[in-house]
Design a protein. Structure first.
Length: 259
């Protein structure tokens, strides 16, 4: 990893803070309001689960949610679960030695994935910009599994792309504006998804896990991305007592469900 790409190289071979910053910048190119959803997510964790929650960071990636959780709630604990070996490598480097954090490698499409977790219940299950690659049927099944992991009174929150197909003109206008702004940001040197992974693939520490990542996933593919109304309805059907959006942008939403 070089200064021009993502930051300086440490004696151990990787500057994990620089990789986190680089990941954040790449994601913010797609979602300039990314931090807004995290702020509301943690506000609602505090309101419904308190300041010291046991959290499951679902499809945790580099540990974006966990980092913000612990910065705000030092007495919280987090279990991150993901299948991506490259993003998990960054998370492992970032949280090495922090007893509040555990990381689990598991495939959310495997019906037995909850058995790999260290706890049978959580105060909060949180996820962001990850589950849109699932189609509706496996996502419905996953929501049922999540309902089984959230304690009574606990919460689940999913912040993701949620498209309302009933508003095609609004959707088209938002998409055109967003892509125009993304084009401007590219002129300032912003990396897109594919370019970020090219940088990771050239790094001495991340090259091997990045290669394994593409063996597992192939190229990035999206699922159905149904509306926030669909997510709220399915969450209630799968065992949550209440569910509704608590934040939205023109293209994304944060849906909160209470057990």
């Amino acid at each position: 990893m070089t200064d021009a790409d993502t930051g300086s190289t440490t004696a151990s071979g990787a500057d994990w803070h620089a990789w986190q910053e680089s990941w954040d910048r790449q994601q913010e190119w797609y979602m300039p309001d990314r931090e807004d959803r995290f702020r509301i997510m943690l506000d609602m964790v505090e309101a419904l689960a308190g300041p010291a929650p046991r959290v499951l960071d679902l499809a945790c990636g580099t540990g974006t949610i966990t980092a913000r959780l612990l910065a705000r709630f030092p007495d919280a604990t987090s279990t991150g679960v993901d299948l991506d070996p490259a993003l998990l490598a960054i998370a492992e480097g970032t949280f090495a030695g922090d007893e509040r954090v555990g990381l689990v490698t598991a495939d959310l499409k495997d019906p037995d994935w909850p058995s790999r977790l260290p706890h049978r219940s959580y105060d909060a299950v949180l996820t962001a910009t990850a589950l849109h690659w699932l189609h509706s049927e496996p996502l419905t099944a996953l929501y049922g599994q999540i309902a089984g992991l959230v304690r009574d009174g606990g919460v689940f929150m999913n912040a993701d792309h949620m498209i309302d197909e009933a508003t095609p003109r609004i959707n088209a206008a938002e998409r055109a504006q967003r892509h125009a702004r993304m084009d401007e940001a590219r002129k300032g040197g912003a990396l897109d998804w594919a370019e970020w992974w090219q940088v990771a693939g050239r790094d001495p520490v991340l090259a091997a896990p990045t290669a394994r990542r593409f063996e597992i996933y192939g190229e990035h593919a999206d699922g159905d991305m149904p509306s926030a109304t669909w997510h709220a309805r399915v969450l209630r059907e799968q065992g949550f007592g209440e569910a509704r959006p608590v934040w939205c942008s023109p293209s994304d939403a944060l849906v909160l469900a209470v057990k």
